[in-house]
Design a protein around this ligand. Sequence first.
Ligand code: GTP
Ligand code: MG
Length: 383
Amino acid sequence: MVDDRAPFSFPLEYSYLMASVSNESTLHDGDPEETTIAVMGPTGTGKTSFINLMSGGQLQVGSEMESCTTTVQPSTPFDLDGYRITLIDTPGFDDSKLRDTDVLAMIGAYLSFAHKRGKVLAGVIYMHRILDNRMGGISSRNFKMFRHLCGDSSLQNVVIVTNMWGQIDLHVGEAREKELATKDIFFQPVLKKGARLARHDHTLESGHAILRSLLGRQPQMLQIQRELETGMDLSQTSAGKELNRDLAEQIAKHKDEIQLLIEEMNEASRLRDEETRKELAEEHDRLQSEVLRIQIESRNMAAGYAEAIAKLEQRMNDTEDAAKHATNGVRDVQIRDEEHFKTFATTIPDNAILEAKLGGAFPIFGFWGKLAVMLSPFSLSWK
Ligand SMILES: Nc1nc2c(ncn2[C@@H]2O[C@H](COP(=O)(O)OP(=O)(O)OP(=O)(O)O)[C@@H](O)[C@H]2O)c(=O)[nH]1
Ligand SMILES: [Mg+2]
């Protein structure tokens, strides 16, 4: 039987690539419109869970205690109302496994790289756990970074999504939601400028409603994309400056602590308390190296971005080359198959069975799919 033949053997990632290439070349009027939506927010707010629910994908989900997503990763594309949607998963700032400058470099590089290739975001979803009873620390820091990434002009295409409603008394949740929407230390300023607030109750229906509210809108560049497009380096962007301000504050705080330690060490020496002096000296050295680490992190921000872009470009080129080879290989095999069928199997009209099998076996990927394939086997290290 023709079905049972193994006409060629393909490394898995090449097969994905081939599917992506053939998909792009066969898109025509009436095919779903490609749409990209980024999902941002602090670690553990359910970004990846939301993306998996919507796309039917299986990106890794974390626990409540530890950060999980460490790269910018696209979902499997899925169709909704005539759109083929790709959701872009992002790591949060204050991630326990990544430095903030790495997170910013990854997000900046990805968005700018995609934009250069003609991909504009249709919208951004910002996830917030309604469980969080105050918006201090990580939440406010992430939101501040989010504001600097988006700017004002793209807020029409932003939806702030509250989730985890099942884990909170509805009245408490509603009171909190009202506070989030009306206080200027929370989401009120962005809601005034066109962003919207929506609830997600972890069902497909509520997720679809959120996505539908972003579909068909005029895509807008994010502030960071505009800034990077003008040739700024990452540290000159609004988000980069914000991060640098943070780092400078940390340095200033550590320097104050170091000054205090020096005074205490002098006092311990004066009292000939060697044990205390030694303990203080150890703390002093630890803080000194922390200051040095932060200074290096700040100085390397631009270099980290340049490196991230270079890696993306290199890998996209490699991937496209591999895809071309793979596609050529498939064509050769298909031609050979056709010859074979003409000669020996006149009852079988063409190699549609083979194509259908491939189409079914491998998800149809576009640009984001190529990036996913490109990133996954290499497991990017951004350090
Ligand atoms: N009850 C409830 N739990 C959720 C929901 N979404 C996510 N979770 C849980 O929250 C935890 C974190 O979810 P993730 O999807 O990994 O969160 P994330 O925002 O991607 O986290 P990072 O990758 O670390 O940035 C997991 O234990 C999920 O099962 C939700 O809508 N309701
Ligand atoms: Mg995640």
